[in-house]
Each structure stands twice: as structure tokens, then as C-alpha cells.
Design a protein around this ligand. Structure first.
Ligand code: SF4
Length: 151
């Protein structure tokens, strides 16, 4: 009886809120902990870090990992290719940077890595890129096409 009650319990989860430890995220995604760390080292995803340095992931990062897995397994892309694709996200449009601003911005000129994984970041960075619409906007593999189509 008790179990049934728990099963029917609806819990609302904030999509962007980091709640999953790396172990739970790896179980839910069916990928190894090493893979999750590697995606982050390669600049493809970000994680929230606790004060003690533990990585925590939100539902958003889980969806991003699913998308990256698909690009690797179904489309044959490697990390370099995915990074280059992500670097094409038109951050200056999404953030509505003014003309003179964005042409001097490292995020605009870089074609090798997404802006959130570069050391310099953009000219007007959020304290945490996880809160930025540029990082948040690329969840599914179709989002990139959508971004470019909108230009
Ligand atoms: S805040 Fe971060 S994710 Fe957003 S445009 Fe700047 S570098 Fe990119």
C-alpha cells in the first residue's frame, strides 16, 4: 500500500535545477561515469559543482547527453565535430549583442569550441553559463538547425 502511494506521487522537477549526482545521472542515461566526465572535459556539457567539488546534473544536462550520444552513435560525429557544430550557435543573435560588440567577441570569432567551454567566455558572460539561453537552448539535435534557420 505504501509503495503504491509512492509510485503515484507526482513530483515536479525544475528542468534546470541540478539534482542528480554523477552516479545517478550515469544510471539514468546508461553511460559510464567516465563518459560524463569526458563530455564535460571535452567542453560539450557543464555540470554544477557543489562546494566540495561534486558534480551535479539537471534534467537539462541529461537531455544534452542523450543528444550528444545520438550524434556520436547515429551520426558518426566525434568530439571535435560536435564542438565545431556547437561553436556555430549564433550566440550574438540569441543574446542580442550590438553589432560592434560581437565582432570583437571571442565567442563570435571562435570556430573550434562552444562559447561556454572557452577560457575567455563572451564579452557579457553570465556568472554561470548554465543560466544562459545560449547554453540552455541547445538541448536536442534539432535545436541547432532551428537556431540557424531563424537567422
Ligand atoms: S554567458 Fe556563457 S553560454 Fe552565454 S553567450 Fe556567454 S559564454 Fe556563451
Amino acid at each position: 500500500m505504501e509503495i503504491k502511494k509512492i509510485k503515484n506521487l507526482k513530483v515536479e522537477i525544475n528542468y534546470y535545477e541540478p539534482i542528480y549526482t554523477i552516479g545517478i545521472a550515469s544510471d539514468r542515461l546508461g553511460v559510464s561515469v567516465h563518459t560524463l566526465r569526458q563530455y564535460e572535459t571535452e567542453g560539450l556539457i557543464l555540470s554544477h559543482k557543489t562546494k566540495t567539488g561534486r558534480r551535479i546534473y539537471s534534467e537539462m544536462e541529461l537531455d544534452k547527453v542523450r543528444c550528444i550520444k545520438k550524434m556520436i552513435q547515429e551520426q558518426g560525429l566525434n568530439f571535435e565535430g560536435i564542438r565545431q557544430l556547437m561553436s556555430l550557435i549564433p550566440c550574438w543573435k540569441i543574446r542580442s549583442c550590438c553589432d560592434n560588440d560581437y565582432e570583437e567577441c571571442k565567442s563570435y570569432t571562435s570556430r573550434k569550441s562552444p562559447c561556454w567551454s572557452t577560457k575567455e567566455k563572451c564579452k557579457h558572460p553570465y556568472p554561470d553559463c548554465r543560466d544562459c539561453e545560449v547554453y540552455r537552448g541547445l538541448i536536442s539535435c534539432d535545436d541547432l538547425k532551428r537556431f540557424i534557420y531563424k537567422l
